[in-house]
Ligand binder design. Structure first.
Ligand code: NAG
Ligand code: NAG
Ligand code: NAG
Ligand code: CA
Ligand code: CA
Length: 203
């Protein structure tokens, strides 16, 4: 048997292994692959670093060779993909802080709206009768707006409803529908739906 042949078998076994994991765990294939590539102890228990290196190499070869130079990117299952981000729309009602904490357990943060295109993409997927927390707040009540990921607040890319923001006590921002989609400042302790955002994962 040539080395090449053995190589092929190993790669195929890996593929089948991943397919089985995909079917049995309900994770999306791409996401699962990421976990494997990240050597997550959740998915596989490798014996030593040597096997890890081989696995890493195999998986890269398996996916990169047939796609010569094409970049693979993906979002976890049930997340929506737009540009270089993934979004999770949660209809569960939580305070702003709890919403952010929930995003951060998923390695994400409350959505940071960087453009009209991003906001339009999101609103296509939202329910007009819900309010969605975004990652914008005024922690000190000085009308000094801050994005959760430190993106500078740019007055040119804001989508406040007419008459908003209106009250200094309202320090957290929701995206909601009033004839059209826009932003409103509300009390941070109010419970609302939310949107999480994370960077797309590139292989
Ligand atoms: C975060 O929210 C999602 C959806 O609302 C839920 O499935 C998940 O269990 C939550 N995670 C935690 C740690 O609360
Ligand atoms: C939108 O939310 C309302 C109230 O929670 C719900 O009754 C309705 O089914 C939702 N619509 C969609 C399309 O999910
Ligand atoms: C906002 O828009 C004005 C006018 O178009 C422009 O002069 C300014 O540089 C912009 N500010 C930022 C931060 O992009
Ligand atoms: Ca964004
Ligand atoms: Ca308000």
């Amino acid at each position: 048997m040539s080395i090449y042949f053995i190589f092929q078998i190993i790669i195929q076994c890996h593929f089948i292994y991943l397919v089985i994991l995909t079917l049995t765990t309900g994770w999306s294939f791409c996401w699962l692959l990421i976990r494997v590539l990240m050597w997550s102890p959740l998915v596989l228990n490798f014996n030593n670093k040597h096997t890890l290196k081989i696995d890493f190499l195999m998986l890269h070869l398996y996916f990169l060779l047939p796609n010569k130079g094409k970049v693979w990117s993906c979002c976890p299952k049930n997340w929506k993909s737009f540009s270089s981000s993934c979004y999770f729309i949660s209809s569960k009602q939580r305070s702003w802080k709890e919403s952010q904490e929930n995003c951060s357990t998923m390695e994400a943060h409350l959505v940071v709206i960087n453009s009209k295109e991003e906001q339009d993409f999101l609103t296509w997927n939202l329910n007009k009768s819900h309010d969605y927390f975004v990652g914008l707040s005024d922690p000190k009540g000085q009308r000094h707006w801050q994005w959760i990921d430190q993106t500078p607040y740019n007055q040119n890319t804001t989508f406040w409803h007419p008459g908003e923001p209106n009250r200094v006590q309202e320090r957290c921002v929701v995206l909601n529908y009033r004839e059209q989609w826009g932003w409103n400042d509300i009390f941070c302790a109010h419970v609302q739906s939310s949107i999480c955002e994370m960077m797309k994962i590139y292989l």
